[in-house]
Structure formats: structure tokens, C-alpha cells
Design a protein around this ligand. Structure first.
Ligand code: PLP
Ligand code: COI
Length: 345
């Protein structure tokens, strides 16, 4: 049983930003000669790698993001970690890195969470423990090619909402002058280069007062791709509509919400969505692990403004979906799809 009383770190849990907090430890595994090491839990926040490591020259790295919660009954649970394991392995395959066995991935999360248990935010604070697995290609290599050695690291940080105010509407800007991904590139993988490519758009958005930016499909610039940090979900009548595109990250949150939407009797549509269709939607949200569901009140596209609902409150369908998802994550609503992975601490 995990529901015994635990001590918690002295943090202002209800006002945590989405940021890095130094915790007790991270966990590291080394891949050499085709074999992963046993993994070591270390308190050192720094890593030492060759100045010629491919991850820092050619961007040979991939990462993941998932959350751990304390439930109402005091259990510590990870949300669908095996899905992150699968997605990380797709990223690894695409950029020639070794696979990480699912068991090793999930064990790594259990071990690092157990080593940092006082940093899991207490139930009722609305915060969570963000888990960031990453893999980097190391060992010296200057010519272009995959690394010969790899390090898989999992670090954690207690976090609050990614966008200010949590479940409060934000305004988004379409940045068609920038692409985060190429048509046959790695937009559907969680690799650092996509985020570096997205920085120009997101910094441009912030400078113009938009906390979140929306990228269009890089081939035709007609269809919605995704936000810089999250997938797009729209409500159209009784339908849950979300873009289908080869250049977006397949979001685990989006897929989970689509299942919840079906449970709620909604129709789910995965399809191309032209930017001009946006005007017919009643609600739009940015969905992802960090963003959870962030409602979008206004989308600025060129000199047009599309608005959805009210500027200060989320719409009714996104509210229902948010309550269901977070209710499951915090153990307030039955985990009917078996999404919670209990961590013994
Ligand atoms: N799209 C992008 C670009 C992201 O960075 C994320 C976050 O991981 C998502 C979508 C949402 O994916 P998930 O729900 O699996 O966190
Ligand atoms: C996540 O939601 O896990 C992400 O990786 C998004 C990132 C920009 C914080």
C-alpha cells in the first residue's frame, strides 16, 4: 500500500509555476556496446559528456514528458507511462538511437519518483510532479552519423500550470511566417530540434502579447497543425474535432480526451481542419501534458480575430473534459480505462 502518510517538501504548492525545482535525485542509464546499464540514482544535477558528443552538435536527442499525481486516497500514480515509452521509442527509431525497453522506462520512473517522493505535490493543491525522460547521443564523433554511446536520464520537478491562471482562456497567434516542422521531417517525434525551430514563432507571439502560438501545416499553410506546446482540440456541435497531420506530435492527452469524449457521447473526428473552418467552432483548447487543457479565447490570423466563448471562463464542453481527465488523474473519478500506474514509494 502506498497510502501511508509521507513528508512533503517545504514548497508553496498552490503557487508553483511550471519550472525546474532541484530535487533529491535523477536516474541515469548508459548504453554501451548494445547494452543498457542497470541505472543509477544520483544527486548530481550535472552531466559530463564529450565536447564532440552528437547530441550537442547534431541534435541527436529525444525526450518525453508525463505527470505523476497524488490521488485522493494517497496513492502516487503516473499517467499512462507506457504510452510515453512507446512514443520515445518511435522518436529513437527515427533518429537512429537505441530502443529503451518499456520495462526499463517504467522502472526508471518508479525509481526516480521513489527517490523524490517528498516532491510529489500533495493531493488538493492542483499541482503535479512533472517527469522528464530524455536520451542523448554521447561519445566523441565529429563526422555526421549516429553516436556510439547513449545516456537515458529521467529527472523530475514539481510543477503548477504551464499557462498563467491554469484553466483560464488564453489568446493565440497563428505564426504562418514560421514552421516548427517540415512535411517529411520529425514533427511527429518529440525531439529537441522541433522546439528549437518553434522558438522563433513562440518568442514572436510573446512579444506581441500572445502566450501561445499556432503553427499551420508546413506544406500548404492552410490546415491547423498544432500549438508550440500542445495539440489543438475544437468543439463543433456535439463533435470533438482534432487535426490529423503527419507533422504534429501524437499527444497522449489528446488521445485520452478523445476516449473521454466518446464516453460522454460525443463524436470524435480526426481530420484536416482548414484555418477558415475555425470560425464555426464553439470552443478551442490547447491540450498536452504541460498544458492539460488550456482554453483558447481568441485566435488571431493575419488581420482576423476568431473568438470562442467568453474571455474569462472556459466553455462547457472543455470544462467537462477537463473535469473528467483531472478527476481520473487525481483518483476522484473511477479510472475506467486503466490509465493510472501505481508507484510503490
Ligand atoms: N504537441 C507538442 C508540440 C508537445 O510538446 C506536446 C507535449 O508533450 C504535445 C503536443 C502534447 O503531448 P502529450 O499530451 O503527450 O503531452
Ligand atoms: C509537455 O507537455 O510535456 C511538453 O513537453 C511541452 C513542453 C513545451 C513543456
Amino acid at each position: 500500500m502506498t497510502s501511508r502518510k509521507r513528508t512533503t517538501a517545504n514548497l508553496d504548492w498552490k503557487n508553483l509555476p511550471f519550472g525546474y525545482v532541484k530535487t533529491n535525485a535523477n536516474i541515469r542509464y548508459y548504453w554501451r556496446d548494445g547494452v543498457w546499464s542497470e541505472g543509477e540514482v544520483v544527486s548530481d544535477e550535472n552531466i559530463s559528456i564529450s565536447v564532440a558528443a552528437p547530441c550537442i552538435h547534431y541534435g541527436q536527442q529525444a525526450f518525453e514528458g508525463l505527470k505523476v499525481f497524488e490521488t485522493k486516497s494517497g496513492e502516487i500514480v503516473a499517467f499512462r507511462p507506457e504510452e510515453n515509452a512507446m512514443r520515445l521509442n518511435r522518436s529513437c527509431e527515427r533518429i537512429f538511437m537505441p530502443a529503451i525497453p518499456e520495462k526499463l522506462f517504467v522502472d526508471a520512473i518508479h525509481r526516480v519518483v521513489a527517490a523524490n517522493v517528498e516532491f510529489v505535490p500533495p493531493y488538493g493543491t492542483g499541482a503535479s510532479l512533472y517527469v522528464r525522460p530524455l536520451i542523448i547521443g554521447v561519445g566523441p564523433r565529429v563526422g555526421l552519423g549516429p553516436a556510439e554511446e547513449y545516456i537515458f536520464i529521467v529527472l523530475v520537478s514539481p510543477v503548477g500550470p504551464y499557462y498563467k491562471g491554469g484553466f483560464k482562456p488564453v489568446e493565440a497567434l497563428v505564426v504562418e511566417q514560421f514552421d516548427r516542422a517540415a512535411p517529411l521531417g520529425v514533427g511527429d517525434c518529440k525531439v529537441g530540434g522541433n522546439y528549437a525551430a518553434g522558438l522563433a514563432g513562440s518568442e514572436y507571439g510573446k512579444k506581441h502579447g500572445f502566450p501561445i502560438v499556432l503553427f499551420l501545416d508546413p506544406r500548404e499553410k492552410v490546415y491547423l497543425d498544432e500549438f508550440g506546446t500542445s495539440n489543438v482540440v475544437a468543439i463543433h456541435g456535439d463533435a470533438y474535432v482534432t487535426p490529423k497531420s503527419p507533422s504534429i506530435l501524437p499527444s497522449i492527452t489528446n488521445r485520452s480526451l478523445a476516449v473521454i469524449a466518446e464516453d460522454l457521447g460525443m463524436r470524435v473526428e480526426w481530420r484536416q481542419i482548414a484555418i477558415d473552418e475555425v470560425q464555426y467552432f464553439s470552443e478551442i483548447g490547447a491540450v498536452g501534458t504541460a498544458a492539460v487543457i488550456t482554453p483558447v479565447y481568441r485566435i488571431r490570423y493575419r488581420d482576423r480575430d476568431f473568438t470562442f466563448g467568453k474571455p474569462d471562463v472556459a466553455g462547457p464542453m472543455l470544462t467537462k473534459l477537463y473535469e473528467q481527465l483531472t478527476g481520473i488523474q487525481y483518483g476522484e473519478i473511477e479510472d475506467r480505462h486503466g490509465w493510472l500506474d501505481v508507484i510503490e514509494v
